[in-house]
Design a protein around this ligand. Sequence first.
Ligand SMILES: [Zn+2]
Length: 74
Amino acid sequence: MPARSVWRFVNYTINHVSEDGVTWEIFCSTYGCEGSHIADSDEQCSDWAMRHTAKTGHALFRRSCSDHARVTRG
Ligand SMILES: [Zn+2]
C-alpha cells in the first residue's frame, strides 16, 4: 500500500517589533584595535566614532543595526 501524506500550507508574516527597539553597533576596523560602541541611536555611535578618530587617527569603521522581529501565523 503506498504511503500518503497531506501537505498543509500556512502563511506566516514577519514584522519589526518596535517596543523592543533598535540597536546600533560600530566597530573600529583598524588592525589590532578593539574599539567599539553600542547604542540606541546612530547619532551616538557616530559621535563615538568621531571621538575615536580624533583620539587615535583610526578612520575606518564597520556599522550594523539590528532590530527584533516577530513571526506570526496568518
Ligand atoms: Zn580604533
